[in-house]
Every structure is written in C-alpha cells, then in structure tokens.
Design a protein around this ligand. Structure first.
Ligand code: AHR
Length: 648
C-alpha cells in the first residue's frame, strides 16, 4: 500500500510504465521524478472565437431575425440588398409594397430601414422573416420581440406580430397604436407549439406607409439570461470545456479586408440599435450585436480571461482577394499621421474595460450594466500578419505606447501565419528585439506534423518571449473533424502541458460553424438552428480543460515507437496522467505509481474512436481500482485516456 501523502514528497518515482500491444509487447520505461515538478500555465487551454461560419449572427448571438436592421448590401455579398431575408405578405386586393429607404433614419449608424406600404382594402399586410434557415421556436418558451416603427399616414394603428409554423399562427400579440416618429415597441410572444422552421410576421391593417427597423426576436432564456444574449446550448458547450481564456473577435476578422474593414471595437458597444454594422471579411454581414460588451460578459460568465486581439494598424495581407481574386491589394497600413488616433482607440479600450465608472469610457461600460471593471490583463496586437517593415514600425509604436501608459497590460505579439518560414522568423526577431512578453504562433497542419512536432517547444529558449499557440488544428485531407485529427491534437496538448512553463495559452481554431454556412473546416462545434454537434476535437479540448494540471511531473522514457504520447502532472486536488494511443491496436499499460495509494479509486475518462476516419468518439467515465504496481490498464486503439487520483 502506498501512502497518498507521498505524492507531493520529492524524488518519488512513477516508475516502469509498461505498454504491451495485443500482438507484441511495447515496453516504455517511464520514471517520474516529482522532485523536479515544475509549475505550468494555469491558463493553458482556452477558446478562440471568431465570427466566421456564421459563428456570431446566425450562431452564438441569440438574435433569431436575419437582417433585422435592413442593412445588408451587395458589399456584404453581391446578391444581397437591404430586403434580403424579408418578404412582403399581403392579400392581393390590398396592393401593398415593400421598399427600403434611408431618409430620416433611426440614427446615423443605422441608415436603412424598411418602408411598407399597406394599400387600401381588407386584411393585414406586412413583412415576414424566416431567420437563419428558419426560426426554431420552443413551445411554452417566452420570446422577446422588439421593433422600431413609425406610421407615415393619417390612419395610425397597431402592429400585429405573429410567430408562424408555415401558415399556422403559433403566437400572436399586438403593439399599441404606433406613433409618427420612430419609437420602440416591445412584446412577449409564447408559441403554443415547438417549431423548427418558423417565421415572424409584422403586419398592419391600416393603410399607409410604415417605417420599420431593428425588428428583433430573442429567446428570453439566453445563456445566463442576459438580454441581447447568447444561444444557451452553444454557450453551455463552451462552459463545459472550462476554458481558461477567450480570444476574440478573431482571426482575420480583426485586421480586416482593407482599412475600412478593420474591426473597430467602438462600433460594437452601446445600445444595439446604435451600433455600426459592417461587412464581414468572410463574405457576409456582422451586426455587431455580439460586440465587445458581450464578449467581456461572456468571458466573465465562463470564468475565462478576456483576450481581445486588435489590429496592428495593418490589414490582412489577403485584403481584396475575396473581391478581386488573388490580385487583391495585399497588406495596407494605417497612415503614420493617423497612428495617434489609432493608438488612442486602444488606450480608450483599456479605460472602457478597466477604468472607473466615472471615467469617460468606463462610464459607457457602467451605463451598459457593468460598473465594476472587466479586469483586462492581456491585449493581442496583430493577427498572423506578414511581418513587413510597415508592420514593424506600427507594432513598435503601439507596443511602446502601451508599455508607457499601461505597463500592467501584457502585450501578445504575432509570429505570422505559419509555424515556420519568413514571417515566423521576422515575428520572433521583432519579439526578441522588443522583448514582447508573449507571441502568438499559428499552426494548421496535417496530423502527422503534430506527432512529429511533440518536441517543438522543448528547445525554446526559456529566457525569450513566452508562447501563445493562438490558432491551431490538425487538418486531414478532406478537412473533416475526425478521430485521427483529434488524436494528433491530444498528443500535441500533452506536449504543450510539458512545455507549459513557456507555452502560456493555446486555442483551437475556429470554434464554431453553422452547418448551412460553413466557409472554413474543420471547426470545433457544428450547429444548425436547433441542434449542436460536438466533434472529436471538441472532446479532446474539453478533456484537457476539465483535467487541467498546474504542475508538470517530468519523466524519463525511451522515445515510444508509433503514435503514443503521455503527460503526467497534478493540480491542487488530483494527480493526473493523460495517455494518447494513436495506434490502431490496443496497448496495455502497467502503471506503477509509487506515489499513489493502490487503495484509491482512480477516475478514468476515456475517448475512443472506432476508426481513424470516424466522426465521433465513444466516451466513458468510470471509477477503477488501479493497483499501481501490478495491474495492466488497457488503452484501446485510437484513444485518449485520462487517469486521475484524488490527492486528498
Ligand atoms: O481560423 C480561421 C482563420 O485562420 C483565421 O481567421 C485566420 O487568422 C487564420 O488564417
């Protein structure tokens, strides 16, 4: 019997871990010297959120109405107009019409609105929206409807608002008589039926012109019941991962497709009807309803550190490519004359996030409902940019200003788009020169690359910048989210844990994809308007988030033959061993943990794939009496196993 208390004593051995395959024995001598335990990042595994694949509008952002403010334009997508996603519903005899207008708009940031003409006659005429591939509604659940409207005729009347399942009305309510000037009207609608492909209608029986804008429908029960909130099922999938930080808002979305397309945080705060929408770099429209306030609130609700990434005053090097093919304009820079204003925007962000409620920008945060600071500690400058001279100059200006004015903020730099090559070298050169505390490396590579690079960070100089593996994923040939990719990612995560003294953060990318609007694969979580599919990669990230360690226990072992990886560590409560068997055969493990009592039950969490191409894992959690000196533990083919003993 081994005394558990010994686990935390120095120089104890986790010895002779023996693997034996079903055919031929594979023996790994793993000896762990806990006297050499070293602390690792407590924030190693987080999430990367970018509005790509309809991740925000039509995704995490719970708004059910598409193009609610009639601001879609051909700039977003060639075939789009302000009336995209809307249609006129009217009895033939009423001779009604639907147009869009820009005169006397709701406000300057919200320039376009719908102009409905209800002709003379009987019955209701109005507009209909089918949301993002149909509006999904739950029976008995209250929904919050809101519209800004004005009646431009002498016969004002109320608006009739309906939720429908095809032609069947499942909820209905009426606004008061609408006024001549813009005014907001709000209603609660509770469907009497669950609907997967529903629609919303806003109608009037009163002849004349009616201006309509910001037509909105939200479930009352969003994640944490926030107003202007997030889809509960999707946000709960994030919460279950126990992410330690959240990076936002991207990605390429940050540096943008041209200067006027750079992400501007100031456009994304304040009342939603006053936020400035913009073209999304991934060829659609972003309302910015999910903006900085909501991102910081989400971080808080997840217990995660907020990690905003801001452009380094240069655009995406692929700017123009989406419009002009590959003859785009490339990296474009903010003029040096405009840099003071650009830098001031970053300082304002810090005041908005951390300043007192009495400060100019802190007041806006407080007015939005958050008087306490958000505790912003990190800011990323740049997203996988080409490290040109223009970039260097601008990054340096921003970096020096931040160091001078906000030494409490840790800056994250960028090492270009790839894990090697010219931009990687130049990015690191700049980081060395400026002593940037953290540098963001990106890697989208085939599974074998990750297996081959399990020792990438072992040789990184510990005196240089720490690393943020900010975007990464194993890409198989058909870009599916399969077991082979997930196992390579699990193996790589064991190596990030081992190097967690220098690798501070890591985040798989991208996070979300709406199955009907996917422009990038693979992604961690797929969804449609009512269901969520969690990929094998998701379960791997979640396993490492849920079983995070804060100390790594170094071990010696001969290089394993084949796809096998191991991580040993502990956190305050548990000793944790993670084992990845990427081989298509069973491997038996004899775990001799001298430091762990064999009278203790271990919790064994296992993910297992039927084959490398499978798109899901079998998952199990069991309590097992593991005799550390004698018992063979079977690691099934293509599996990730987490064994955890309580240290209490
Ligand atoms: O994660 C998808 C994209 O990959 C990001 O927007 C970009 O930074 C990277 O190229």
């Amino acid at each position: 019997m081994v005394n558990l208390a010994q686990v935390i004593k120095p120089a104890l051995l986790l010895s002779a871990v023996v693997f034996a395959s079903a055919n031929a024995a594979v023996t790994l001598d793993v000896s762990v010297d806990s006297s050499k335990a070293y602390p690792i990042s407590k924030q190693l595994v987080g999430i990367f959120f970018e509005d790509i694949n309809y991740a925000a509008d039509g995704g995490l952002y719970a708004e059910l109405v598409q193009n609610r403010s009639f601001d879609y334009t051909p700039m977003d997508r060639a075939e789009w107009t302000p009336l995209t996603a809307w249609s006129l519903v009217a009895p033939k005899q009423r001779k009604s019409a639907l147009h869009w207008d820009m005169s006397d708009p709701l406000n300057a940031n919200n320039p376009t609105y719908a102009m409905l003409l209800v002709g003379d006659g009987e019955g209701y005429a109005g507009i209909e929206n089918r949301g993002f591939d149909g509006i999904a509604l739950q029976q008995g659940e209250p929904y919050q409807f809101s519209v800004f409207a004005r009646q431009l005729s002498n016969t004002p009347g109320p608006l009739l608002v309906q939720l429908l399942d095809n032609h069947t009305v499942v909820a209905s309510a009426e606004t008061p008589v609408i006024s001549q000037g813009w005014q907001q009207y709000q209603l609660t609608l509770t469907p009497n039926k669950t609907v997967s492909n529903g629609s919303l209608r806003v109608m009037s029986a009163h002849a004349g012109y009616i201006g309509l804008d910001m037509v909105s429908l939200f479930p009352t029960h969003t994640f944490n019941n926030r107003s202007n909130g997030l889809r509960k099922d999707l946000a709960e999938a994030l919460k279950a991962m126990q992410p330690r930080f959240i990076r936002f808002p991207g990605g390429c979305l940050v540096h943008g497709d041209g200067i006027d397309n750079m992400y501007q945080w100031k456009h994304t705060i304040g009342p939603v009807a006053q936020r400035k929408a913009q073209r999304n770099i991934w060829s659609y429209h972003q309302t910015n309803g999910l903006g900085y306030y909501e991102y910081f609130q989400l971080a808080e609700d997840l217990g995660a550190i907020p990690l905003p990434i801001l452009p380094a005053a240069v655009t995406c090097q692929n700017s123009g490519a989406r419009i002009n093919g590959f003859n785009g304009k490339g990296q474009v820079c903010v003029l040096l004359d405009n840099m003071p204003a650009f830098i001031q925007d970053i300082m304002d962000l810090i005041e908005w996030a951390n300043g007192p409620a009495t400060s100019m920008w802190g007041k806006l945060r407080a007015d939005a409902g958050h008087p306490e600071p958000f505790n912003l500690q990190y800011i990323g400058i740049g997203n996988e940019d080409v490290i040109s001279e223009d970039f260097n100059v601008r990054f340096n200006m921003i970096y020096q200003a931040l160091k001078r004015q906000h030494p409490e903020i840790t800056v994250v730099g960028t090492a270009g788009p790839f894990p090697e090559g010219e931009d990687y070298e130049q990015g690191w050169k700049l980081a060395d020169k400026l002593q940037v505390p953290l540098i963001d490396e990106h890697m989208y590579r085939p599974p074998q690359w990750f297996w081959d690079n399990l020792h990438r960070y072992d040789s990184y100089d510990r005196k240089k910048s720490a690393v943020y593996v900010g975007e990464w994923a194993a890409h198989v040939e058909d870009r599916s989210s399969n077991v082979e990719a997930a196992l390579a990612e699990a193996a790589y995560l064991t190596s990030l844990e081992r190097n967690g003294d220098i690798v501070k953060f890591s985040s798989y990318a991208p996070l979300f994809a709406n199955v009907n609007n996917t422009m990038w694969r693979p992604d961690l979580i797929y969804f449609d308007n009512q269901s969520v599919t969690l990929t094998p990669s998701y379960y791997v990230q979640a396993l490492f988030g849920q079983h995070a360690i804060s100390e790594f226990l170094p071990y010696k072992m001969a290089k394993p033959e084949g796809r096998l990886a191991i991580s040993v560590g502990k956190n305050t409560d548990n000793m944790v061993v993670k084992l990845v068997n990427g081989e298509a055969k069973t491997v038996s493990l004899k775990l001799s943990v001298a430091a762990v009592s064999d009278s203790k039950l271990a919790t064994v969490t296992q993910l297992q794939g039927d084959n490398a191409l499978a798109l899901s894992f079998k998952r199990s959690v069991s309590q097992q009496q593991i005799n550390p000196t004698e018992q063979l533990i079977e690691l099934p083919p293509l599996s990730v196993t987490n064994i955890e003993w309580s240290l209490k």
